[in-house]
Design a protein around this ligand. Structure first.
Ligand SMILES: CC(C)(COP(=O)(O)OP(=O)(O)OC[C@H]1O[C@@H](n2cnc3c(N)ncnc32)[C@H](O)[C@@H]1OP(=O)(O)O)[C@@H](O)C(=O)NCCC(=O)NCCS
Length: 167
């Protein structure tokens, strides 16, 4: 990691000082009762814990402003990539693809054999471009994270994708 992508944007492991900016980014894009949003809601405390444990990656402009993030979490022996968001002014420059790559590289180095994600249509194209393929939604995942989502059941428009990881 620590790669430079686009014009002066660096991708690297998220730092403790970035927790508030990540929490804002995730909150602004979290699923909402009105049907909007794109991410599972996470509290600041949950984000702080993940940042401390290491699996959150950040995309930063020169000067350090956060312009995107993603993370991976353990799910039944599989690394789930989630919390992927890029600020609107920085989209279509390959940052999401780089954030996903950073997460899957980290997951592979931690010994995971497979990565998984639940994605909307926009994100699915990006995940497929970096090698993920469509998959059935695993029921355990639905019971764990989706139970806290305001858009459960018929209101859910997400698809599942997977990637085999090599070390
Ligand atoms: C989905 C999301 C993360 C994609 O971020 P992004 O940084 O724009 O993604 P990328 O740049 O990697 O790819 C997006 C498009 O840019 C194109 N692109 C990539 N690099 C490019 C470049 N250097 N120049 C021009 N276009 C480029 C890609 O081909 C892709 O096109 P497509 O969508 O038509 O296939 C972003 O739109 C977002 O944050 N959305 C809101 C939150 C969200 O939906 N998160 C996903 C939850 S599952």
């Amino acid at each position: 990691m620590g790669t430079t992508e686009g014009i002066g944007v660096e991708i690297g492991r998220a730092q403790a000082g970035e927790v508030d900016a990540i929490a804002s980014l995730v909150r602004e894009h979290a699923f909402a009762d009105d049907g909007g949003g794109a991410l599972i809601p996470l509290s600041r405390a949950e984000i702080a814990q993940l940042v401390a444990a290491g699996p959150f990656v950040a995309a930063r402009e020169e000067g350090g402003r956060l312009v995107g993030c993603a993370s991976h979490v353990e799910y039944d022996g599989v690394a789930e990539v989630r919390s992927l968001v890029v600020l609107p002014g920085h989209r279509s420059r390959g940052l999401a693809a780089r954030l996903i790559d950073a997460c899957t590289e980290m997951a592979a180095s931690r010994g995971y054999a497979q990565a998984f994600a639940l994605v909307n249509a926009d994100a699915q194209r990006v995940f497929e471009r970096v090698g993920f393929t469509p998959e059935e939604k695993p029921p355990e995942k639905l019971a764990r994270d989706c139970a806290r989502c305001p858009l459960q059941g018929d209101r859910c428009k997400e698809s599942a994708v997977v990637l085999r990881l090599s070390r």
